[in-house]
Write a protein that binds this ligand. Structure first.
Ligand code: SAH
Ligand code: SF4
Length: 347
């Protein structure tokens, strides 16, 4: 921004102002930056603009979860999901258009990989949702759809939408810098989820040490994981868990392991026992996510009894294990159901 401001012939102090107007006040156009003179705004607008995502559609689930479909400048599209909970409002954002990882249970994986998102496209999801919901400055309030004013603010950000964030690490790190440094969202309230790109895990910790990490484990032995998550052939469980063990754990850090429960695939008592064994010694908690079905998928969600029995084996072994009933299933906004309008063929 300093370079930009200099190149535009504006005084250096304008750089900070511009960032403040873009990231805190959420100005949607240069013209809204009224701290600049009209002439300066006109001159800047001749050559530059503030990027905006285009809201293509918005759906609300009966449980209050909202899904936003955003159009990008090259006509690709992505989804973001806003999930209300008692004392939290979590925004789930995408890091790529589609995903190359092809996990058998995930609808995003069926799209295939289209492209990485740029840092601004990652951050713009947060800004766009804040604008739509009217959170923030006076610009936002006046631009709110119905003038209802400010609602509950976003408290948490999760990189659990479309894409594999560790395969777009540079842009994700840059986005994290802007989210924490310029938008004032605490790193402690940000969670990044990965399917297990083992060598990038230490990189992430080097560059963004306080971000929470979630690993989509989904199986406790290589044979099962190879089948449902092809990335396991490249980074098998031993490699993945070895890089988790290398994380410089402080008392606050623990890894969340996500475990999508698939009927007859990974939900046996022996799977739970294996899970206890392979996670031993890693400060962690386990989130069990019963499979969210979608049309065309042959996979099934296990019965509640099976899920409870699985959880009990983990808790009896002293682990923290929670069952996460995904929200927004009726609008395909739950974990692994994002497809951003892309047609998908199923196996
Ligand atoms: N690519 C990253 C970030 C996406 S997070 C990752 O895989 O971690 C998406 C989460 O939803 C993952 O934990 C994944 O295991 C889970 N998931 C995918 N499809 C699902 C489905 N159909 N039902 C329940 N959870 C699913
Ligand atoms: Fe990609 Fe994650 Fe879905 Fe696997 S679960 S296909 S890594 S988005």
């Amino acid at each position: 921004m300093k370079e930009f401001v200099k190149a535009q012939g504006l005084p250096a102090y304008r750089a900070k102002q511009m960032l403040h107007w873009i990231y805190e006040k959420k100005a949607a156009s240069i013209d809204q930056i009224t701290e600049l003179s009209k002439e300066a705004r006109e001159k800047l607008s001749d050559s530059d603009y503030i990027s905006n995502l285009e809201l293509l559609s918005r759906q609300t689930s009966k449980d209050g979860t909202e899904k936003f479909l955003f159009g990008l400048e090259d006509r690709e599209s992505i989804e973001s999901v806003l999930i209300p909970d008692k004392d939290r409002l979590t925004l789930c954002i995408s890091s790529q258009v589609g995903c190359a990882m092809g996990c058998s249970f995930c609808l995003t994986g069926k799209i295939g990989f289209k492209r990485n998102l740029k840092a601004h496209e990652i951050v713009d999801q947060i800004i766009a949702v804040m604008r739509i919901k009217g959170h923030g400055s006076f610009i936002l309030r006046s631009a709110t759809e119905n003038g209802r004013g400010m609602g509950q603010r976003i408290t948490n950000i999760v990189f659990m939408g479309m894409g594999e964030p560790l395969l777009n690490l540079d842009e994700v790190i840059e986005a994290l810098k802007r989210i924490t440094g310029l938008m004032g969202i605490s790193k402690k309230r940000i969670t990044l989820s990965t399917c297990g790109i083992a060598p990038e895990i230490p990189e992430l910790y080097k560059k963004a040490p306080h971000v929470n990490l979630a690993i989509s484990l989904n199986a406790a032995d290589n044979k099962t994981r190879d089948i449902i998550m092809p990335i396991n052939k490249k980074y098998p469980l031993e490699t993945l868990l070895a890089s988790c063990r290398k994380i410089p754990f402080s008392p606050r850090i623990r890894i969340t392991f996500e475990y999508v429960m698939l009927d007859g695939v990974n939900d046996k008592p022996s799977d739970a026992q294996n899970l206890v064994r392979i996670l031993r010694g890693i400060p962690s908690k386990v989130n069990l996510i019963p499979f969210n079905p979608y049309e065309g998928s042959k996979l099934k969600r296990p019965s509640d009894e099976k899920v409870f029995a699985f959880q009990k084996i983990l808790t009896n072994a002293g682990m923290n294990a929670f069952i996460r009933k995904s929200k927004g299933q009726d609008i395909l906004a739950a974990c692994g159901q994002l497809k951003a309008g892309y047609g998908a063929k199923f196996k």
